[in-house]
Design a protein around this ligand. Structure first.
Ligand code: SF4
Ligand code: SF4
Ligand code: SF4
Length: 213
């Protein structure tokens, strides 16, 4: 199973983390204890989830040695992941690299470009299915989590996060859903040529650092 590495060195207790790269109204970052809690605990939760479904997928497909996966650095958010999968609801979902998220109050992956207010009103959200949950952590930080039952893999949040944020939201083929078609219908039309085969024991191409814009 893939395992992301922490892209930043540990910080001494009582010091402040380095400035966030996000377009948050505040340039400050949470105290290290809070940030490390978020980084370690939430990242572990996210990766554990990916690892769990990887195991299920590998067991189900038996002799298959490779899975389809998206290289997040090549994805251009064309929207075809939502519409071209052979499944009624795409096997592609948004995942979140918590370790590089800025926990921004003004998350450009969550809010549409001109929100009426920074709250969870449906009219303020970019996601067409309200699949992103926004949770207050401590002033001015918010956590964003994806409800995969609702996510259709449209990539709108990924576009917002990639253009103006850290790129912590990105798309991956979830192997608890994917049929591992011989020829992936999305890969055939992918505008970024981002699909490739990966070994079943390394089924996710996890983002561990902000991409170069
Ligand atoms: S905006 Fe699209 S890709 Fe992002 S969480 Fe919502 S449905 Fe999923
Ligand atoms: S391999 Fe098949 S099921 Fe999996 S993402 Fe591609 S089209 Fe969908
Ligand atoms: S089809 Fe390719 S470029 Fe388009 S959203 Fe999916 S992975 Fe990204």
């Amino acid at each position: 199973m893939s395992s992301p590495e922490n892209p930043k060195p540990p910080l001494a207790a009582g010091t402040l983390a380095e400035p966030t790269m996000n377009p948050t109204p505040s340039d400050s970052t949470p105290p290290v204890s809070r940030r490390q809690f978020l980084r370690d605990g939430l990242r572990a939760a996210g990766v554990a989830g990916l690892g769990g479904v990887a195991g299920l997928g590998a067991a189900r497909t038996g002799a298959r040695e490779y899975y389809w996966q998206i290289d997040p650095d090549k994805c251009v958010r064309c929207g075809r992941c939502a519409t071209e999968c052979v499944l009624q609801q795409s096997a592609v979902k948004c995942v979140h690299a918590y370790a590089i998220c800025g926990y921004c109050e003004l998350c450009t992956g969550y809010f549409n470009p001109e929100p009426n207010a920074l709250n969870t009103g449906a009219e303020n959200q970019l996601c067409p299915t309200s699949a992103i949950r926004r949770t207050f952590i401590e002033d001015p930080y918010y956590e964003y989590t994806i409800d995969e039952q609702l996510c259709i893999g449209c990539g709108k949040c990924v576009e917002g996060c990639s253009r103006f944020g850290n790129g912590s939201l990105y798309l991956q083929v979830r192997h608890d859903r994917c049929l591992n078609c011989n020829e992936c219908a999305i890969a055939r039309v992918c505008a970024g040529d981002a699909f490739r085969r990966v070994p079943v024991d390394q089924p996710y191409l996890l983002r561990t650092a902000p991409p170069a814009h």
